[in-house]
Design a protein around this ligand. Sequence first.
Ligand SMILES: Cc1cc2nc3c(=O)[nH]c(=O)nc-3n(C[C@H](O)[C@H](O)[C@H](O)COP(=O)(O)OP(=O)(O)OC[C@H]3O[C@@H](n4cnc5c(N)ncnc54)[C@H](O)[C@@H]3O)c2cc1C
Length: 387
Amino acid sequence: MSDLASFRGDVRAFLDEHLPAELRVGYRPDLPEEPLRQWEAALAGRGWFTPEWPIEYGGAGLDPEQTAVLRAELRAARAPVESPTGLRLLGSTLLEFGTEEQKLQHLPGVARNEVRWCQGFSEPGAGSDLASLQCRAELDGDEYVINGSKIWTSLGSYAKYMILLARTATDGPNKYAGLSFFLSPMDVPGVEPQPIRKLTGEYGFCQTFFTDARIPASCLLGEEGGGWQVAMLTLTFERGATGGQAGGLSSMDMGVGDVVELARRAKRNGRPAIEDPLIRDELVKLVIESKGHQMMGARADVPALASDWPAATAMSGKLRGSELKRRMCKLAVSLQGANGARYVSADAIDGGMWQRSYFNAFSATIGGGTSQIQKNILGERVLGLPK
Ligand SMILES: Cc1cc2nc3c(=O)[nH]c(=O)nc-3n(C[C@H](O)[C@H](O)[C@H](O)COP(=O)(O)OP(=O)(O)OC[C@H]3O[C@@H](n4cnc5c(N)ncnc54)[C@H](O)[C@@H]3O)c2cc1C
C-alpha cells in the first residue's frame, strides 16, 4: 500500500472513531454542542485544523498531497470543520511576516481553534477601494492609539483579536503608503463591536468602533507603513479561499450531487422534478460546471500549469466557485416550488438548509472582494487586459 493510501486509511479510521453520525451534516449553527466540542478537540489534537502548518506552531506538518487527501475525506464524511478567520487569513500571513515571538504567541491558539480572530479591513467608506480607509493608529510612547470604525467584521463580537489595517501616516506619496497592519486585541477599553443582523436572521458580523483604544506597539506586524503589502498577502489567501459566510460558518458543504438528489425527491406536477427536461438541462449544466471547477482546482497543484501567477487559479476559483454555489442553491430552492418559501418553519424541506445556504451564498460573492473586483483583478493582472 502506498504511503498516501495508508494515510487515507488512517484518516478514515480517525473519522470512524471521532465523528458521530449526528455531526456528519456539514457545519450548521445548531449542531449539538458537546459532540461538536469533542470532535473539534480530536481534530485539533492531530493538528488537522491546520494540517500543513509546521508542528511547532500547532499544525501537523503534512505535505500538500496528504493535506488534499485529508480535506477530501473530511468533505466526503460531511465533517463540520469551521474555517474561521484565524485559520484562513491570520495563519498564513503570520507565517510569512511574523516575528518568531509573534508566531509562537498566536499560532498554536489558532491551530487548536481556541482563539477566535476577526478581520478589520472594510470601513463604511472603504470596501472595494480598501486603500481609502481612514481608521487612524498613532504611536504614543510604546502604544498605538486607534480611532475610527470598521464594518462587516465577521464574528467581531466573539473575537479575542482582530487583524487590523489602519492609517499611521497621511503624508505619504499615495493612499497605500502610511497603512499599517496590527494584531490587535479586542478586549481593551475603547473597542466596541455592535452586531449587525444578516439576511438569514443571524448576527454574523458587526461594526467595530475604536475610541482612543490603546494597543501595545508590539502588535504591529511587519514594518510601520508596510501594511498594504501584508494586507495584499492576506487578501490573496482570502480571495483564493472558499469565501466568507459572515461568521465563517459554512452552513453546508453541499455539492451538485445533493441538488440532483433533491431533484429526485421534489415533485413537479406530481412527478419527480428530475423527470422534467428543463430541470434536467439545468442540472446537467451545473454538473458540467461543477466538474470543470473541480478540475481547475486540481490545476493549482500542477506547477507547470500554475507557474505564471500561482494565485490565479485559486482566485479564479473563488469567483467561479462562489457564483456556481449561488446558482446551485437557487435551483435547489426553486425545485421546492411553493415549499421553497418555507425557511424556518418545522416542515421546511431539509430543515431549511437550502434556503439558509442560498442566502449565505451571496456572501461569498462579496466577502474578500466582490465578483466584479475579482474579474477586474483577473482581467488586469492575469490576462494583462488594459484598465
Ligand atoms: C459575508 C461578508 C463577510 C465580510 N467579512 C468581512 C470581514 O470580516 N472583515 C472586513 O473587513 N470586511 C468584511 N466584509 C466586507 C467586504 O470585504 C466588502 O463588503 C467588500 O469588499 C465590498 O465592499 P463594499 O461592501 O464597501 O462595497 P463597494 O466597494 O461599495 O461596492 C459596491 C458595488 O460596486 C461594485 N464595484 C466597486 N468598485 C468597482 C470597480 N472598480 N469595478 C467594478 N465594480 C465595482 C462592487 O462589485 C459592488 O457590486 C464582508 C462582506 C461580506 C458580504
